[in-house]
Design a binder for this molecule. Structure first.
Ligand code: FES
Ligand code: FES
Length: 179
């Protein structure tokens, strides 16, 4: 029996410990938001978080998640209860990122792990973090734009609570954030 937490809920899985985590998520827990693409850690479609790190669930045995915390695309919006959509999901909608959509849950999970570790990534950091996520529709520029947009929104929130910021500075931040 494998015990783990998935999107904040305790789960027990009576499965082969060598089974890929992706299989357990999709087949045993009916969480089909995480996709199978290549099965060999080359496309990123199966990306989830394990203890806060982006991992390829197609090549990660479920036993590696024993006692761990897994977050899938189904739980991305609920990581902080009451906060609604993750800022990346909002940015994805605003920038109209998805085409066929197949790669998108993996893209979002990689991007979310990036912003968790680096809230203000530059182009090189975004390229490095997203290099393993392939998009057959070629939406790379929109993905990068959405990540930058989400990062700028996060900075605006921080600055709006800066007691040293002037009212005018807050207005500037708000205008940029929405412009
Ligand atoms: S399905 Fe896991 S990296 Fe492609
Ligand atoms: S949106 Fe189609 S594969 Fe990325």
């Amino acid at each position: 029996m494998i015990s783990l937490r998935v999107n904040g809920e305790h789960r027990e899985l009576d499965v082969d410990p060598a089974m890929p985590l992706l299989w357990a998520l999709r087949e045993n827990l009916a969480m089909t938001g995480t996709k199978f693409g290549c099965g060999i850690a080359q496309c990123g479609a199966c990306t989830v978080h394990l203890n806060g790190r982006a991992i390829r669930s197609c090549v990660t045995p479920v036993s590696a998640a024993e006692g761990g915390e897994v977050t899938t695309i189904e739980g991305l919006a609920d990581r902080t209860p009451g906060e609604g959509l993750h800022p990346l999901q909002t940015a994805w909608i605003e920038k109209q990122v998805p085409q066929c959509g197949y790669c998108q849950s993996g893209q979002l999970m990689s991007a979310a792990a990036l912003l968790d570790s680096n809230p203000n990534p530059d182009d090189a950091a975004i390229d490095a973090a997203m290099a393993g996520n392939v998009c057959r529709c070629g939406m790379y520029s929109r993905i990068k734009s959405a990540i930058k947009h989400a990062a700028s929104q996060n900075r605006a929130v921080v600055q709006s609570f800066d007691p040293g910021a002037s009212v005018n500075a807050e207005d500037d931040v708000g205008e940029k954030a929405h412009g």
